[in-house]
Ligand binder design. Structure first.
Ligand code: GLC
Length: 438
């Protein structure tokens, strides 16, 4: 398939998933608007219709809470999705917007990246107009992240639910779940093999084979964790001192470090001075990333907030400090070694969401092995900024070849390229367009 044909296919997926002002990740499986999905989608859409790409991001701001939080989901108002809105009940928080129903947690802060990607396609006067529209909400979001999720000023944002990481069942979260967050009744359900009842209510396994998703027991535990947050009305002051299931997530914090740079670019372009207190916090994040480095294995990891211990499970996040962009060249070289290692990340269809040497590795299972196009996109960007142009180009062409062979799927088996998860997946389509055009 040549680039033109691939572009046409990608465009058709975005058209099919377009809901006028926003785009669903995949029609059947994901019928709402998701935060980082819409950012990736806008990055692709900017090549087709820049105004539509801007609308995609503006509609994310319609879901912003009055305290600044951007929720990971803004729910479709259709009647058939009432049970999703009711699971979260965002209306119980005084900060939630009145006009739309949302979740009560956030997702990786990619909005600044998407806004700047759009800005790059605009001439200066239009770019300034665009940045002036997006900046106030974006600034409030970054301020909220630090105020609410870094109360001790350590520079690392604390996540309160695995869905906030965007890498839902990634090994550090599952290992913490098993250690600290397994209520006795879930243990009992597992022991008595009663977890099958979950499949009666699970939506994902109606659309995707169960072996490609998280287990029923994990899904029940994640659902219970939502209930605990809901009982506290999503108020971090009530949640952080009591929960054990809190992570300083590596991927999220790398994305934030990069987003802070973009926020500064936007502020500069419109002649705005970022408040000094936020600048200091942003600076602290850059330094704090080194606290996630483990000398004995020469890798970065997520850290459990409560025990302040690194969770030494390597994942795709291991490579994301390249995207953060503030690590030394020497550290970057160490990450490249992992990327080139045929036993770890250099599989036939890279980059797997966990290295093949991990005990979690399963080529079919969601964020525990399959290759995803969004993380490839982030790593390609990081590779280029560190001057690893050959590696960046190889990964770009492999990603395009994978999508051309296997289709616009949600994720792919890194050993065989077999497509998995949802078909006609929006960010795969959008980033395919971007990888061809950029
Ligand atoms: C899954 C992914 C998450 C994504 C969502 C919608 O939950 O893990 O990252 O945002 O689907 O595509």
């Amino acid at each position: 398939m040549n680039d033109e044909e691939l572009l046409e296919k990608a465009q058709a997926v975005l058209k099919q998933n377009d809901r006028h002002k926003w785009t669903v990740p995949a029609g059947d499986l994901y019928p709402h608007q998701w935060l980082w999905d819409s950012c990736f989608i806008a990055i692709g859409l900017r090549h087709l219709n820049i105004e539509r790409a801007q609308t995609e991001l503006r509609s994310l701001l319609c879901g912003q809470w009055s305290n600044g939080m951007l929720p990971n989901m803004i729910f479709s108002s259709e009647n058939e999705h009432r049970q999703h809105r009711e699971l979260w009940r965002s209306y119980i928080s005084p900060y939630a917007p009145h006009k739309v129903a949302t979740s009560g947690i956030t997702q990786p802060p990619l909005l600044a990246e998407a806004a700047v990607c759009i800005g790059q396609k605009l001439k200066l006067p239009e770019r300034r107009t665009w940045y002036r529209q997006i900046y106030p909400g974006l600034l409030r979001y970054h301020e909220w992240l630090y105020a609410d999720r870094d109360p001790h000023g350590e520079g690392l944002i604390i996540l309160i639910h695995p869905y906030e990481s965007g890498l839902d069942n990634s090994p550090p979260w599952i290992s913490e779940l098993r250690k600290h967050n397994f209520p006795w009744w879930i243990g009992l359900i597992e022991k008595l093999h009663l977890d099958g009842v979950a499949s009666l209510v699970r939506r994902d396994t109606r659309h995707v084979p169960p072996e490609q998703r998280m287990s029923n027991v994990e899904a029940i535990a994640y659902w219970a964790a939502i209930h605990r947050l809901r009982r506290k009305a999503y108020n971090s002051e009530a949640i952080l001192p009591r929960s054990l299931f809190l992570l300083e997530d590596l991927a999220f914090n790398c994305i934030l470090i990069r987003a802070n740079v973009h926020l500064q670019t936007i502020a500069k372009d419109i002649g705005h001075t970022i408040p000094e207190n936020l600048l200091q916090k942003m600076q602290r994040s850059k330094l704090a990333l080194e606290q996630l480095w483990d000398e004995s294995t020469s890798q970065y990891y997520s850290r459990s907030f409560v025990g302040h211990k690194l969770i030494t499970e390597p994942t795709i996040a291991t490579l994301l400090p390249l995207y953060a962009g503030n690590i030394s060249k020497e550290r970057a070289e160490q990450l490249i070694k992992l990327l080139r290692d045929k036993k770890k990340f250099a599989l036939k269809w890279p980059i797997p969401s966990v290295p093949q040497t991990s005990s979690f590795f399963n080529p079919f299972k969601y964020w525990q092995g399959p290759t995803w196009i969004n993380t490839n996109w982030l790593i390609i960007d990081g590779l280029k900024r560190y001057g690893f142009n050959k590696e960046a180009e190889e990964l770009r062409s492999k990603s395009l070849e994978l999508v051309a062979n296997s289709g616009m799927y949600e994720y792919f088996n890194p050993l065989t390229g077999q497509p998995s998860g949802a078909s006609n997946f929006s960010w795969t389509a959008a980033l395919t367009i971007d990888l061809i055009k950029s």
